[in-house]
Design a protein around this ligand. Structure first.
Ligand code: NAD
Ligand code: MLT
Length: 309
């Protein structure tokens, strides 16, 4: 039985599939006819965020039992089409949560203290000490949009650094927020009161464009972080809001179109810090999600329960 792996995952996951007796075929950066041809005899497909699992691709995979997402977001997988074809979609919802939360904390410091900007000035020979007056996180308010697994881990970490917590998440109870020491409020209130707002929702029809020009105006004087998914924030509006000083800065790990085009207006704005979707890129996280997804492929092809864990 063949498992096709179309985005790089940690060796530990590939080895686990191999030990379970699968023929493991890695084929990165393929698309179109080459991808349709590679998947036609596969029982399992393993992806990260780089492969679009479309209805067309699923139609070309008559043997497919399971699509495993070695990570959290399944917005690159057509779940309705998978259901129509009787294909299980599994993700690894736990393994990279701490990595994503740590990256978010790093982005908070990076933007509030202009670390990447000062770093590149010094590397190019400029001692620009007088030009960077940062913002302390201590005693500031963190606005969390989406208080799920990653949002909660970010909340704990930044609360321990002295930040007050305010959150918008229409799907959780006030008790869960209170247990973290967070106050729940409407989105507008969260943005109006936050010094730093951080986004941790999935990308869904409801969250697409959730933060656009009017919402950015409410965060006036603050910082915005997105280590969740591109498309939740309107990128042109954000570039403009940072460029015209409405926001002090922004830090983004994810983009509506990845890889981010060199033409993106975000790249032209000094106070927008960017990383190339690195939130889950730690050794521990990659090993966790790769072995988790390998276990689920083994389970699905043995008619055992798939735990999504
Ligand atoms: P999760 O499902 O545990 O939490 C998401 C939270 O968002 C839930 O509490 C849900 O109620 C809330 N939510 C849903 N719709 C909302 C809305 N309209 N408004 C406000 N809140 C809403 O997910 P998670 O594991 O915490 O992951 C969060 C995001 O981070 C996902 O988009 C995931 O793909 C992304 N992620 C990115 C990286 C990275 O490499 N940058 C790594 C891990 C996760
Ligand atoms: C995720 O949703 O888990 C992230 O996008 C991490 C990734 O696979 O890069």
């Amino acid at each position: 039985m063949k498992v096709l792996v179309t985005d790089p995952i940690a060796d530990a996951g590939l080895e686990r599939l191999d030990e379970a007796g699968f023929i493991v075929e890695t084929a990165y950066d393929i698309e179109g006819e080459a991808l349709r041809s590679a998947i036609q005899d596969a029982v399992g497909l393993v992806v990260r965020s780089g492969t679009e699992v479309t209805a067309d691709l699923l139609a070309a995979a008559p043997e497919l039992v399971i699509v495993g997402r070695a990570g959290i977001g399944v917005d690159n997988i057509d779940i309705d089409a998978a259901t129509e074809h009787g294909v299980i979609v599994a993700n690894a919802p736990e393994g990279n949560v701490r990595a994503a939360a740590e990256h978010t904390v790093a982005m908070a410091f990076a933007t509030a203290r202009s670390i990447p900007q000062a770093h590149s000035r010094l590397k190019s020979g400029e001692w620009a000490k007088g030009e960077y007056l940062g913002t302390e996180l201590n005693n500031k308010t963190l606005g969390i949009v989406g208080l799920g697994r990653v949002g909660q881990e970010v909340a704990r970490r930044l609360n321990s650094l002295g930040m007050d917590l305010l959150a918008y998440d229409p799907y959780i109870g006030a008790d869960r927020a209170a247990a973290l020491g967070a106050e729940l409020a409407e989105l507008d209130t969260v943005l109006e009161r936050a010094d730093i707002a951080t986004v941790h929702t999935p990308l869904t029809p409801e969250t697409e464009g959730l933060i656009s020009e009017p919402e950015l105006a409410k965060l006036e004087g603050g910082y915005l972080i997105n280590c969740a998914r591109g498309g939740i924030i309107d990128e042109s509006a954000l570039a403009e809001a940072v460029a015209d000083g409405t926001l002090n800065g922004a830090a983004l790990d994810v983009f509506a179109d990845e890889p981010l085009s060199t033409d993106s207006p975000l790249l032209a704005v000094e106070n927008v810090v960017v990383t190339p979707h690195l939130g889950a890129s730690t050794e521990a996280a990659q090993e966790n999600v790769a072995t988790s997804i390998a276990d689920q492929i083994v389970a699905a092809t043995n008619d055992e329960p798939v735990m999504n864990a």
